[in-house]
Design a protein around this ligand. Structure first.
Ligand code: HEC
Ligand code: HEC
Length: 193
């Protein structure tokens, strides 16, 4: 009995020593990254200047093919001169809202953006405010000369209309077991067929 109490105390002491030793262990920053140098080391890399594809919007910039069905199209025109997008002020909408788009030759904002998809509520031409920050999904494309080329090839089904078309509002539930009630409540258990 006495022996086992002693061994418990001994184990506790060893444990404490181990914990306090652990607290002092420093991880060398050279071991943190993939390259075994200090994380503060200046590797001498200089970002080369680059520019974005395209000129002013509407100057006939070629549209960029999408990567896959209903992927957000990338921005083919220059957006450098445009003010920063805020929820209150957004120059993108001044050309892309459906009521003005055709007059400036822009592609109109699609129906998915004018719908509250959480409630499947048609916002009657108003932009859903979960989408105000356009460049969160649509980005301008830099022109670069990378050391290794990206070999990714886009893939899309012809029935959608190809790499420049959108039909997402019609295919949102594609592949989902149909809820007979027609409800769009994703928290609700979907009934098996
Ligand atoms: C002065 C009007 C104008 C403004 C402002 C503008 N665009 Fe455009 N946008 C166009 C036109 C016109 C096109 C067609 C390509 C072209 O001719 O430049 C286009 C094309 C696009 C496309 C390609 C769509 C597709 O299906 O290929 C996207 C995406 C886009 N714009 C997003 C934006 C975003 C995001 C902003 C704000 C940062 C913006 N645009 C501001 C006029 C405008
Ligand atoms: C959360 C991501 C997201 C945000 C934010 C967003 N979009 Fe989109 N956008 C998409 C996706 C995905 C598509 C393609 C599928 C679809 O139609 O919804 C698209 C399609 C488009 C198209 C092409 C329509 C067509 O018929 O080819 C335009 C133009 C566009 N968006 C403009 C905008 C503008 C302007 C804003 C800001 C007011 C914006 N988007 C905000 C994801 C987004």
């Amino acid at each position: 009995m006495k022996r086992s109490v002693m061994s418990v105390i001994a184990a506790l002491l060893v444990g404490t020593a181990w914990v306090s030793a652990g607290q002092n262990v420093e991880i060398a920053e050279e071991t943190l990254g993939l390259s075994k140098v200090s994380v503060d080391a200046d590797t001498g890399l200089v970002e080369k200047p680059y520019s974005y594809k395209g000129t002013a919007p509407g100057a006939g910039n070629k549209r960029i093919p999408r990567a896959y069905d209903n992927a957000p199209p990338m921005i083919p025109h220059d957006i450098n001169e445009l003010p920063i997008i805020t929820q209150e002020e957004n120059t993108c909408t001044s050309c892309h809202m459906p009521d003005v788009a055709s007059s400036v030759g822009a592609i109109p904002i699609p129906k998915t953006h004018l719908t509250n998809l959480r409630k499947m509520e048609d916002l009657k031409g108003q932009l859903y405010q979960g989408r105000w920050n356009c460049t969160q999904c649509h980005a301008p494309q830099a022109e670069l000369d990378p050391a290794v080329m990206n070999k990714f090839k886009g893939a899309y089904r012809k029935k959608i209309g190809g790499e420049y078309k959108t039909n997402l509002i019609k295919t949102l539930r594609e592949g989902v077991v149909e809820d007979k009630s027609g409800s769009f409540d994703l928290n609700k258990d979907l009934l098996e067929e």
